[in-house]
Design a protein around this ligand. Structure first.
Ligand code: AHR
Length: 614
């Protein structure tokens, strides 16, 4: 490929080009990013899941003395030996590190004058890793909160550890407990915060936006089961939680405020706020005449986030400890409203009603439609694609012919099935891949290059789903897999591509003319960085290495450049917790030759970025 890259004539690239998309799927929030270690801490799913008795005690769910309106069920512990209590297995274990301080709390109900013991114990050896005594404040006929800290005396060998809460047992013992909580240190030390190493992995992607809450979990499965922002704010005692779309209990401890803190902690990435738009996944749709309260609720949500303290919802935010308004500049109305029988009503009234109401109050907010099948006025559009490698590659040029109005967020994309030998899209009745394979990741890269070339149309792109707890998940493949043990955290083979593309942002595309060759098997986009020229390229389905000879107009002979190439040993290379090195990264330093020409070659199934200093 012989490329001449002009010095002008392209388009400015969106500053948001790479970002993150979050919904609670695959225990990615509860049991994932949300750092709470105690599973089923407030019995929100009306079971004793994850709890077991200790010291001969008996456990039962109790509804007779609600801790709060939102948390009506507690656990009643009766009987037992001299030390009795209850044990929590966490979200498939708990990581215990000697260097960490664990911060806990619980509510108890019932007269008790002794002390409680809170401990972290190994399930394998029964060894106590950390323990503390807590003087009881527990009284008859009222709930009392106890707080404590645990400082492990040693690190656990693995994550097979549990939390134990004990007290004096006996025939007369009867105590109730609720909201039993334990946090390790969190990312940027936020109270009620996020798991550190997962957040670090996300931050390392250099994201510019956070689309949240997106996905099916926003909408809910049936009438009324939507993600209700106002039930996810305030003290944890006021958050009822809900069984989300992906069938497990969402505690909503990771709620709207925590999303905003997350965005802030990632150096103020732009939030693309998903708002509920009156479509349920069972196909029920809120009729036009009944949509008013939903629209008002969206306006209340926006006022809660952005209003000053003189507004009712701004005042509520301040009361919850956040006087300073956040910035919301991007809103998405619903999620995939072209599906589940939602398109007709979306076209007929839903998008339009939300759009007009939000714009009337917030004229500067930019509003995305949740589909490319329907836009309204200046709305953006959201393109989702889960497909096969060849199909992605065939879509390299798809945005070239799209009109330049109505900017596109690629709000979800991933390769989820293998090629079949024919150019076929996903078969939703067939299984998805367990892990991202390298051939699929390269195909995603080709698709992203096609998106980057259309800088005047594409607002940003994000892989989905983002996270997967390997102990319980509903959707694979995912970008980052994990367990309770941080050593298992595994970025997929798509991760280094996104990281590389995101770290080498093109500010403005530049026209690249190829002499005698067209796209395929090599694909590329050229542009200008802050003080560099950039060429991003991928090779897909080539029988031989592809030589490149690139000249950037204005680049002098002797200019320095570096070439980062990502490749793998096989098209099926993938990462697992046991083997995380599926992708090879090589960096080569190059010097521009006569006429500023830079030469290199790329192997089949590789992704590369060339950065030449201006
Ligand atoms: O990312 C998984 C699901 O795929 C999302 O919940 C939904 O938006 C899409 O169909």
């Amino acid at each position: 490929v012989s490329l001449s890259v002009a010095n002008s004539g392209g388009n400015a690239t969106s500053p948001y080009m790479y970002g993150l998309m979050f919904e609670d799927i695959n225990q990615s929030g509860d049991g994932g990013l949300y750092a709470e270690l105690i599973r089923n801490r407030a019995f929100q799913n009306a079971t004793l899941e994850s709890w077991s008795p200790v010291g001969g005690a008996a456990l039962e769910l109790d509804a007779s003395t609600p801790l709060s309106q939102a948390l009506p069920l507690s656990v009643k512990v009766t009987g037992g030996k001299c030390r009795a209590g209850l044990k929590n297995a966490g979200y498939w274990g708990m990581d215990v590190k000697k260097t960490d301080k664990y911060t806990g709390s619980f509510y108890s109900y019932g007269a008790y004058s002794g002390s409680f013991t809170a401990s972290l114990v190994s399930d394998i050896t029964n060894e106590t890793l950390a323990t503390t005594r807590i003087r009881s404040k527990s009284v008859a006929n009222a709930w009392t909160q106890h707080e404590f800290e645990l400082l492990p005396t040693k690190s656990a060998a693995n994550s097979n550890n549990s939390f134990v809460l004990e007290f004096r047992g006996g025939k007369k013992t009867e105590l109730k407990f609720n909201l039993i909580s334990l946090f390790p240190p969190t990312y940027k030390n936020r109270p009620n915060g996020m798991r550190r190493e997962l957040m670090e992995k996300l931050k390392d992607l250099n994201p510019s936006f956070l689309r949240c809450p997106g996905g099916n979990n926003l909408e809910g499965d049936y009438w009324g089961n939507y993600w209700n922002w106002s039930a996810t704010i305030g003290p944890l005692t006021d958050r009822p939680g809900r069984v989300g779309t992906w069938t497990y209990e969402n505690t909503d401890g990771l709620g709207l405020i925590e999303y905003m803190n997350w965005a802030e902690d990632m150096d103020d990435v732009e939030v693309v706020l998903g708002i509920v738009a009156g479509l349920y996944l069972n196909g029920e749709v809120v009729p036009e005449a009944e949509l008013g309260p939903f629209v008002q609720d969206a306006l209340n949500e926006l006022e809660f986030l952005t209003g000053d303290v003189s507004t009712p919802y701004g005042a509520l935010r301040a009361k919850l400890g956040y006087p300073k308004p956040w910035k919301i500049r991007y809103v998405e109305v619903g999620n995939e409203d072209n599906l589940w029988g939602g398109l007709d009503s979306y076209k007929a009234y839903r998008l339009q009603i939300f759009y007009d109401a939000i714009k009337a109050k917030y004229p500067d907010m930019f509003i995305f439609s949740s589909t490319t099948d329907h836009v309204y006025k200046e709305s953006g559009q959201d393109f989702h694609e889960y497909t096969r490698p060849d199909y992605f590659v065939s879509q390299f040029g798809m945005f070239d012919s799209w009109s330049a109005g109505n900017p596109i967020i690629i709000g979800e994309y991933a390769t989820i099935q293998n090629n079949t030998g024919k150019l076929e899209p996903t078969d939703w009745d067939a299984p998805k891949n367990q892990w991202s394979n390298w051939i699929g990741s390269v195909a995603e890269a080709v698709f992203l290059l096609g998106a980057e070339r259309n800088a005047d149309r594409i607002w940003g792109a994000t892989f989905a789903p983002l996270l997967q707890n390997l102990n319980s998940y509903q959707w694979a493949p995912d970008l980052i897999s994990f367990t309770a043990d941080p050593a298992d955290t595994t970025p997929s083979v798509s991760y280094p591509i996104i990281k590389l593309f995101s770290e080498t942002r093109i500010k403005e595309t530049l026209p690249a003319t190829a002499e005698g060759s067209d796209f395929g098997p090599a694909y590329w986009v050229a542009g200008r960085g802050d003080s560099s020229y950039i060429l991003k390229a991928a090779v897909y389905n080539s029988t031989a290495d592809v030589p490149f000879s690139v000249s950037f107009e204005g680049l002098e002979a002797g200019a320095m450049a570096h070439l980062t190439v990502l490749s793998a040993d096989s098209p099926w290379a993938h990462n697992t917790p046991e083997h995380k090195e599926g992708v090879r990264t090589t960096v080569t330093h190059l010097t521009a030759g006569e006429g500023g020409v830079i030469e290199f070659s790329l192997p089949d199934l590789s992704v590369a970025v060339l950065v030449a200093d201006k």
